[in-house]
Design a protein around this ligand. Sequence first.
Ligand SMILES: Nc1ccn([C@@H]2O[C@H](COP(=O)(O)O)[C@@H](O)[C@H]2O)c(=O)n1
Length: 296
Amino acid sequence: MIPELSRSSVIIREFSRVKETLRAMQAAGAGSLQVIADFDSTLTRFAHNGAQVPNTHNILEKKWLVNEDCSEKVMELSNTYHPIEITTSLSMEEKMPHMVEWWTKIHELLIQQKVRKDLLSHAVKESSVILRDGYKVFFDCLLERQVPLLIFSAGVGDVLEEVIRQNHVFHPNIHVISNYMDFDHTGVLRAFKGQLIHSYNKHEAAQSHAAGLKELQGRPNVLLLGDSLGDLKMADGIAEPQNTLTIGFLNEQVEERKEAYVNSFDVVLVQDETLDVPNAILRNIQTCMFQIGLLK
Ligand SMILES: Nc1ccn([C@@H]2O[C@H](COP(=O)(O)O)[C@@H](O)[C@H]2O)c(=O)n1
């Protein structure tokens, strides 16, 4: 049905479930569909030319935005907390307090550094952040079919928006839930707004924020894209979900985490830097809708 699903980088636990879910989504059409996607290492590439691609926090941690001492602290924090974030030997509940600590410390550091709003655009331009191959088709096709795209990120919302703006795909069907910066009247960072979002509390933000978005209501079918097991909670704000297809990007520590990912996501993409599979799924849903339209 979808040749991209036969690639060697694709692992599917239960093919019959994927097939049935896709059939149901096709039958219901684009009017019933919403797409929920994580941002860092999901819509952006994880690696490019052998180097790791920066995430939205990393973009802010550049030496000309923060001082050397801060850069070192950022690195130490990452070395301490990132292994906890991705280990399979701790449960999500056990990881939570560590994630709160990491995000709180990093946000405090950024506030101390008095990051300036007017430098964000330049920081993104100078960074090596890159969206996954096939991103334009993905964003444009959702716009064309008026399918809402909820980007749900534990990264930094202001930076995320700038990345998609500079790639010319910040379309009106996009909604972002993320950590946004609060600048004072001179444009200097003084706080982060609202409830902190980290990798493992997205269910809380889903229930308090996403559930209230009227553009997403009446769309019970969900295509969910993420790179962390915590991303599976991004659809928790949907009142009565009908069909959900989850796609997980397994970017690093592949052998250690493969089993957990295959048991949790419907489709696992192993070190796949493209959006080919989500695009093929969307194309498949649309082609079918188009055929139904022709038959009417
Ligand atoms: N100080 C930090 C905090 C978080 N990260 C990484 O950013 C990712 C953001 O989350 P998404 O929901 O957009 O995936 C997260 O996975 C952390 O690894 C960081 O690098 N530095």
